[in-house]
Design a protein around this ligand. Structure first.
Ligand code: AMP
Length: 294
């Protein structure tokens, strides 16, 4: 595994790594992350390693996607552990740039994606997806992958990146990967380390409410408004939970649905998306209803 910290190093490593692949028409897979890797990231890395001749991982805590009062400074970091996990999961090249390498001067160019960024995290974290679109564009140009792997834990991010890729004709396939969860259902996240024991035990309400919502949708003629109200009530029973949003939207367009119409998942795909704060830690989770990409 080659570790690159500068753009020339990365370009050389990719060129050299690709050369032997060209003969057998193999491909480059790419997994962008912010590090502090866990099994969710590892599942993306393994899928990339299985499907491509060369797998590239990036680890970069991107300041552009954090708001002024968010956790950029204290975002957890552990490079040594991350490199071991990358190596164990089939990564060939790791790109770990500093902020100065990625943004030697203040970037005056941004990649903004409209509409799909209007709600959910786009609404509660202004500017977040501008930072994501900008950094992922740069990384796509640097790595030039054939496939890029993104977790459905960040379902809005998948929709935004797919839209950006289509609009700007990036020659890459976006591969959405399933959410990896703890045994009790909590979606794995680098931010879970911030939780106190009590917050951690109450945080299970996110995945529990999604499971319960699945039952309500399957077993009753429930409306979107009623479903959202019930999910909010269920999460509200956890004393330490502070709801940021609970929304039922079409997926991947992330447009609103008719709130009073009974939910029908037969022909359309929908998302039930949650963001809930426990103290200063903001957790997200979601479940898709209907067929996505089918
Ligand atoms: P992050 O380091 O949080 O920016 O995440 C990097 C990538 O890993 C993103 O595509 C995430 O959606 C994905 N990811 C994070 N947590 C999980 C999880 N629990 N299951 C699947 N993918 C995940």
């Amino acid at each position: 595994m080659i570790v690159c910290r500068t753009i020339p190093e990365l370009r050389t490593a990719i060129r050299n790594g690709k050369a032997p692949l060209l003969a057998n028409e193999s491909t480059v897979g790419f997994v962008p992350t912010m590090g502090f890797l866990h099994e969710g990231h590892a599942s993306l890395m393994r899928q990339s390693a299985e499907e491509n001749g060369l797998s590239v991982l990036s680890i970069f805590v991107n300041p552009l996607q954090f708001g002024p009062n968010e956790d950029f400074e204290r975002y957890p970091r552990n490079e040594e552990r991350d490199l071991a996990i990358a190596e164990q999961n089939g990564i060939d090249i790791v790109f770990i740039p500093s902020v100065e390498v990625m943004y030697p001067t203040k970037p005056l160019t941004k990649v903004l994606v409209d509409q799909v960024t209007a709600r959910l995290c786009g609404a509660s974290r202004p500017g977040h997806f501008d930072g994501v679109g900008t950094v992922v564009s740069k990384l796509f140009h640097l790595v030039q992958p054939d496939r890029a792997y993104f977790g459905m834990k960040d379902a809005q991010q998948v929709a935004v990146i797919q839209q950006m890729t289509d609009d700007l004709n990036f020659p890459v396939s976006i591969i959405p990967c399933p959410i990896v969860r703890e045994p009790d259902g909590l979606a794995l996240s680098s931010r879970n380390v911030y939780l106190s024991a009590e917050q951690r035990s109450q945080a299970v309400v996110l995945s529990q409410s999604l499971k319960q919502a699945e039952k309500w949708v399957k077993e009753t003629d429930i409306t979107a408004a009623e479903l959202v109200a019930r999910v909010k009530a269920m999460i509200g029973e956890a004393q330490l939970a502070d709801i940021d949003y609970v929304e039922w939207l079409q997926y991947p367009s992330l447009q609103a649905t008719e709130p009073e119409a009974p939910i029908n998942t037969a022909s359309e795909c929908y998302i039930l998306a949650l963001a809930v704060k426990f103290g200063s830690t903001r957790l997200i989770d979601n479940h898709l209803f209907g067929t996505f990409g089918g």
